[in-house]
Ligand binder design. Structure first.
Ligand SMILES: Cc1cc2nc3c(=O)[nH]c(=O)nc-3n(C[C@H](O)[C@H](O)[C@H](O)COP(=O)(O)OP(=O)(O)OC[C@H]3O[C@@H](n4cnc5c(N)ncnc54)[C@H](O)[C@@H]3O)c2cc1C
Length: 437
């Protein structure tokens, strides 16, 4: 194993990744070393926690945010960087469960959240990729299904996704694996770690107090509110918001029992040079429609940022690099010889129903978690509805009530889930054999 892979990150510090190597926020937030009081204490400093803090600040409340490690240390600072409207559960499935109007209201929250993310980024070009638009390509030869899906997305989400033929796609992305697909023109790419840190800084400038390296170890009832304890400090709060996602551990049984920690991985290659054009000429981020899909984009210096897979395991180093490189060459064999620079993984919090879990466990005890793999806009939607509920008594968070804290099978959930993933992958392989020949 080469030396560069041995540093996978101490608990507390960022893991070695493209994001931590290009982090542009020098200043750290201090640990919590005293007892303080606040109207609202948010636990977990990923995009969900930070967006909740921003939402509260925007509504005149100055919360405390406590992060166990560093801001954006979890999935939010390690991810594929694709920001688009919608949820991990597809629009059609949402309609089937809650009906068209309810589905429209749920999806509108993420359309608004996408606009808010763009507003919060403002002119900061270092937080955002150069080219807007994400391409979703089909792995299967089923044009009708693609067209039907676009029609449903445009109807329910109020977006303007556009059909791309196989020819249009393969003119830019020279892979034999791809069929038809669609373009999400309003989607963007973000530097998710810099964005999360920038957002925490915005919340702090608005009056929030942010603490890092302060794992919450216990939460107790305290009068009409709560006492949130860390090793060296405590927060007395009227209300709390739990945003710990896959990394929640044993902090709250009900919330952790409803969350499956699912790993997914990213590989960053070394610069590939002109040879990259033999595979990829398009400027857009790309994902495919398999259960365990690939998602990737190119960087200006001809590196390929290649994400994929879902698993309950978290391999690291050379082993992970090999897994990801094999996937890459399956799609673009012409890139044989490309070399890995760094590979990493992270855990997403997945509810069984694939929709966010947002609500109030008991009076003043809120949760905002379970965003899965299509999580970035949804975290901001969650931050908005929870902060609006706390500040103004708004009830939009109740839109998520049909998707509750469904038990995820703890302690056997991960074994069941891994078995299900293998089955889903087999189904994809069978579908590909059946439809593609
Ligand atoms: C490799 C990868 C690729 C992905 N790609 C995409 C993508 O392209 N597009 C997309 O939309 N989504 C993507 N996702 C999913 C997306 O990143 C997540 O859904 C989203 O970031 C979840 O944010 P979060 O704040 O809920 O969780 P996290 O970012 O995981 O944050 C939870 C935080 O809680 C903290 N915490 C836990 N316990 C405690 C405690 N006791 N005390 C204090 N703090 C605590 C943790 O340290 C952590 O920082 C990807 C995820 C991964 C891992």
């Amino acid at each position: 194993m080469s030396e560069k892979y041995e540093h996978t990150g101490e608990k507390g510090e960022y893991i070695d990744s493209y994001y931590s190597r290009t982090l542009n926020v020098a200043q750290e937030f201090l640990p919590l070393l005293e007892e303080i009081t606040t109207p609202v204490c948010i636990i977990g400093g990923g995009m969900a926690g930070v967006a909740t803090a921003q939402g509260l600040v925007d509504r005149g409340i100055k919360p405390v945010l406590i992060e166990a490690n560093r801001i954006g240390w979890g999935a939010s600072g390690r991810n594929g960087s694709f920001v688009s409207a919608g949820y991990s559960l597809g629009a059609q499935k949402i309609v089937e469960k809650v009906g068209k109007e309810h589905a429209r209201a749920l999806c509108a929250l993420t359309v608004d959240a996408l606009a808010l993310i763009k507003k919060r980024i403002g002119e900061r070009s270092d937080l955002r990729g150069e080219t807007d638009g994400l391409l979703n390509v089909s792995w299967f030869n089923e044009r009708d299904a693609v067209e039907k899906n676009i029609e449903c997305l445009n109807d329910i989400m109020g977006v303007n996704y556009q059909f791309w033929s196989q020819q249009q796609i393969t003119d830019l992305y020279h892979s034999k694996r791809y069929y038809d697909g669609y373009m999400k023109p309003d989607a963007i790419q973000v530097h998710s770690l810099n964005y999360t840190c920038h957002s925490a800084r915005q919340a702090q400038e608005g009056g929030a107090r942010v603490f890092e390296k302060s794992p919450v170890i216990n939460i107790k009832k305290h009068g009409n509110g709560w006492k949130v304890m860390t090793k060296h400090g405590a927060v007395i709060a009227d209300q709390i918001v739990m945003c710990c996602s896959a990394y929640i551990g044993d902090l709250n049984f009900k919330l952790s029992a409803a969350t499956l920690p699912v790993a997914t991985y990213v590989l960053l290659t070394e610069p590939i040079g002109d040879r990259l054009k033999s595979a990829i000429e398009g400027p857009y981020g790309v994902s495919d429609n398999r259960f365990s899909s690939n998602y990737y984009r190119t960087l200006a210096d001809t590196r390929l940022f290649w994400g994929g897979r879902v698993s309950m395991f978290n391999p690291t180093g050379a082993k992970l690099e090999k897994i990801m490189m094999t996937d890459l060459l399956h799609v673009y064999p012409q890139l044989k010889g490309a070399r890995a620079d760094v590979a990493w993984g992270g855990f997403m919090g997945y509810p069984v129903h694939k929709m966010p879990q947002i609500g109030e466990l008991e009076p003043g005890f809120w949760y905002n978690q379970g965003f899965g793999g299509s999580g970035m806009t949804a975290t901001v939607a969650g931050g908005e509805v929870v902060s609006d509920a706390i500040a103004n008594g708004d009830e939009r968070y109740k839109l998520f009530e049909p998707y509750g804290l469904t038990y995820a099978g703890r302690p056997f959930g991960s074994v069941i889930a891994q078995t299900a993933y293998w089955l889903f992958q087999l189904q994809d392989a069978y579908k590909s054999w059946r439809l593609n020949g």
